[in-house]
Design a protein around this ligand. Structure first.
Ligand SMILES: [Zn+2]
Length: 264
């Protein structure tokens, strides 16, 4: 996967600044910092992410963990593909962005449940998650977008080997139609972003942008309006791709979001 987008326009300068700040603050790899000076819109490749893995212990809920780390529960949920917080299990590793070290998280014990087992020890039964104060709610917006291609997810969104994948990779046969995931306007249709081959970007309502990369052929032009489900490209393996697949991103206010939280 390539790492940089060098395009005209300054619409993403804020994102760039944030990214540069983030990289600088956390003293990321020097090579990234250098390359970032040339980035207007960073896509996936070089986003080394600071953070630690927290290994879930008995009684720890996602709410407790994110609260202890002062992390955003929605961000943690999306990075770790946790759409249902009741599904986290003891021993599971959860990536906490921005954290420097693993910290102690007090387990959740339902009120009045101490010592119910009569052993004199604190109860170790699994907590009933719905009793935890649900102050951080995970928001799913299924159906905000539709699937851009029929295929198989071969690489999920999130942190892998310390790098962040800003989208999902969907494998399908070369030449398959790539659909607009929602109605919008074409804001990019070119191949000027190293590693991504032919790319289409659509702008949608409410600050959303979708990105479709590695296309065999782009079938729309900049400025064009498209409807949800319109064929905007054919699937390919252009750019740095090991085989035919669509690299698909959903960005909200320039921030990459987990597409699975927005797809039916
Ligand atoms: Zn990808």
């Amino acid at each position: 996967m390539g790492s940089t987008i060098v395009t005209k326009g300054t619409a993403y300068s804020q994102g760039l600044l944030l990214r540069v700040k983030e990289i600088t603050v956390h003293m990321h790899l020097a090579v990234c910092t250098i390359r970032l000076f040339f980035i207007i819109l960073p896509l996936a490749g070089c986003s080394i992410y600071a953070g630690v893995y927290h290994t879930v212990e008995s009684g720890q809920t996602l709410w407790r963990i994110t609260k202890a780390y002062d992390a955003d529960i929605q961000e943690v949920a999306e990075l770790n593909d946790i759409s249902d917080p009741t599904q986290i299990r003891t021993g599971q590793r959860i990536f906490i962005p921005g954290a420097w070290r693993q910290i102690k998280v007090e387990p959740y014990l339902p009120a009045g449940d101490d010592n119910k087992n009569g052993s004199g020890k604190t109860s170790t039964r699994q907590p009933t998650y719905h009793q935890e104060e649900p102050e951080g709610k995970i928001v799913l917006e299924k159906w905000r977008f539709v699937w851009p291609v029929k295929g198989t997810i071969i690489s999920p969104f999130g942190i892998r080997n310390g790098k962040k994948h800003d989208g999902i990779d969907i494998a399908a046969s070369e030449g398959s139609p790539v659909f607009a995931a929602q109605k919008g306007e074409v804001i990019y249709s070119d191949n000027g972003i190293r590693g991504y081959g032919n790319i289409v970007m659509l702008k949608h309502a409410e600050g959303f942008i979708t990105v479709y990369a590695h296309n065999k052929e782009n079938l729309v032009n900049i400025g064009e309006r498209v409807e949800k489900g319109d064929v905007i490209a054919t699937l390919g393996g252009t750019g740095n791709a090991s085989g035919p697949h669509l690299h698909f991103e959903i960005r909200k206010d320039r921030n990459p979001r987990n597409p699975l939280f927005f797809l039916p």
